[in-house]
Design a protein. Structure first.
Length: 316
């Protein structure tokens, strides 16, 4: 997958204080990407190909939610990953590139991220949009890769992963409709004070919400949601509360063969330790922050599950 002639080519680099093999491992496993890279919302593996794989990526670019299909060729020995978009999204006509991880020493690596691309009809405004998106996303991805590799991944005490489940005696479609129609949540959920939902492409939503907390105050979050009808909704918050550096999650619907469905709300959170005392007081630490965040998210998820259950069961 070498760069065709006539395409715009750019390169971004970063030096990482971590072994090249470890850096390559982080890049090779796309399951890491929503947690590793700020622009990446969700990645689905579509299948394997000789020496690589086909993937579907949903991410933000210049503040917009985008989704595209790519193929990747992995070369672990050379620590190279070549990629090319199979299905592009306007204004992109073609996009590809290469990750290259070079060992500077046993404990230091040089990561090079190469892109080549072209705008539809070679439109100058389209090319300027792509230039900006590639620069912004490349800088964000390399900075996040450096931070995660040098820390050896997220510190275990900052990482939370948990879920809440509820069985509904109703159809998966009705539960899904309730969760998918988040634009109505201010009318349907007591803890939602305001909501704005945009969906420029079917199944790819941007959800902005003011949520009431236990003390009656509100905080604003913004999420990108990828929706798989009647099965699941995957999301990543791109505007976060003060106590979180990362929040991803999903709603999963599993029919149980007994005229019902098990609905699960899952959360993965990385705590923002710099804001703990500002939000919770001078005596608070990571354990108190973890408990506070888990209780708040679980309370809202449980409430949403309960209202979804009521909605679906009323339609039987």
């Amino acid at each position: 997958m070498t760069a065709p002639s006539g395409l715009h080519e750019v390169e971004h680099t970063v030096t990482v204080r971590a072994p090249a093999a470890e850096v390559y491992r982080l890049l090779a496993d796309v399951g890491n990407w929503p947690r590793l890279f700020p622009p990446t919302v969700h990645v689905e593996r579509l299948g394997e190909m000789d020496g690589g794989e086909r993937i579907q990526i949903w991410a933000t670019a210049n503040g917009e939610a985008k989704g595209w299909t790519s193929r990747r060729l992995l070369d672990p020995e050379a620590r190279r990953i070549e990629f090319a978009q199979e299905v592009t999204v306007p204004p992109v006509a073609a996009m590809g590139g290469t990750w290259i991880v070079d060992a500077v020493s046993d404990e230091e690596s040089l990561v090079r991220l190469l892109h080549h691309y072209r705008a539809i009809d070679d439109d100058p405004d389209g090319l300027a949009w792509i230039d900006s998106a590639v620069d912004r996303n490349s800088d964000a991805e390399l900075a996040a890769l450096k931070a995660n590799a040098e820390l050896g991944g997220t510190e275990p005490d900052r990482l939370l992963s948990f879920q809440d489940s509820l069985r509904v005696e109703g159809s998966a479609k009705d539960v899904y409709d309730f969760l998918n129609e988040a634009g109505l949540w201010a009318e349907r959920l007591p803890h939602v004070a305001r909501v704005g939902l945009t969906e420029e492409r079917p199944g790819l939503q941007i959800l902005e919400m003011d949520t009431r907390t236990a003390d009656g105050s509100t905080h604003t979050t913004k999420s990108v949601r990828v929706c798989f009808p009647h099965e699941r909704i995957v999301y990543k918050q791109i505007t976060l509360p003060a106590l979180m550096d990362l929040h991803t999650g999903y709603w999963l619907l599993e029919e149980d063969g007994q005229d019902g469905v098990l609905v699960t709300s899952q959360h993965t959170v990385v705590l923002n330790t710099e804001n703990i005392t500002k939000v919770l007081g001078a005596d608070a630490g990571v354990p108190e922050s973890a408990r506070f965040v888990r209780n708040a998210l679980s309370r809202n998820s449980t409430a949403t599950l309960g209202h979804a259950k009521e909605y679906a069961e009323s339609r039987r």
